[in-house]
Design a protein around this ligand. Sequence first.
Ligand SMILES: [Zn+2]
Length: 425
Amino acid sequence: MNEAYTTEMVQFRRRIHKRPEEGWTEFETMNIVVNRLRELGFKVVMGTKAVNPNFVMGRNPELVAKAMQRAKDHGVSQAFLDETEGYTGCVGIWETGRPGPVTLFRHDMDCVLVQESHDAQHESVAGGYCSERDGLMHACGHDGHTSVGLGVAHWIADHKDELCGTIKLLFQPAEEGTRGGLPMSESGLLDDVNYIICCHIGTNCQLGEIGICRKGFLATAKMDLTFTGTPAHAGSDPEKGRSALLAACNVATTLAGIPRSGQGDTRISIGKLSAGEGRNVVPVHAQMQIEVRGQTEAVNQYMVDNVERIVKGVSEAYGVDYTIEKVGAATNLETSPEVSDTLEEIAKTIPFVKRLVPSDGISGSEDCTWLIRKVLSHGGKAGFFIFGCNQTGHHKGTFEIQDEQSLPEAFEMLTRFLLIKNKVA
Ligand SMILES: [Zn+2]
């Protein structure tokens, strides 16, 4: 491959790595993406035309407002911020003007709430591009995903005379917490897509390895629960109180006892519970953050139904009010054998890909599954691959990706896919 693409991807990746942005606040990152896509001649769709606000989950308007101000202070123009309508996420569209399929690649842009290591040996410290923002880090490699998208964009512009059909590059916000995929899948921009390819760095693959995921990833629902009780003096008249804390504790233990399903794997995590006002007050407030997962959409729904019934029943028993807010969701991964076979064949032709790693049944969750589901729903085809890097674990401050070697793996997979599916006859 042309070294210039690698150099450029690495530069973008390190620039984005320095300024990590959490879900729904990726204004600086998106500004880099949109400017570059336009410079290359892509049409860009953004704002509520790319992200359907009716399907947005887990987006905090106050956090967004602060992020827009921060981006502005960091040189992003007001005109650009206005164009976003407050929603990060965009699609670059390249129309070749020749008949052919519509192919879409998805790249996520958000970071993780993790403090990056300041160890002198740590890759980004040694390279001088460590995160400038405390408590935020690209510890899942989405900076790499975004940069691969920009590298592929450049390649498309350079090779426009060899391509047919339409190519869409989708840059997604808020993958962490599985929040941004669904609203982009409902934008209408996926409705004409014939092929969708999604990918992720790391996970079970080392540098020089590619994994084709034919199925896997768990369907999931993330929920915030609140309980509101009745205050009372804990000594003089506790009988007049209704404890939100006790209700929440009972909900927590009852949820943990939801029977496993014979229809597929399930998970439940009670990740956070905070409650109460003080020692001698019957607790009025309790908040919980939970998530459930299931091997299929139906099994996940079984978990959600149980959560709803238990929260309702226990709240009634304790005489407290409750709310359940869905703040994230993903479905399980389904792909098309034809596309997976093509990806596998491509991987075998890339000189620096040494090994194909079996990658079905990965048990995390990924919300590109909504984008894929949308494309499959109208007869389009989908594939998912993992490109390797040597890492110490995702979502950890020591996460590293060896960008000079890992990013070309994904770049080659995607551009070679275009040379098969979108090649001028
Ligand atoms: Zn990730």
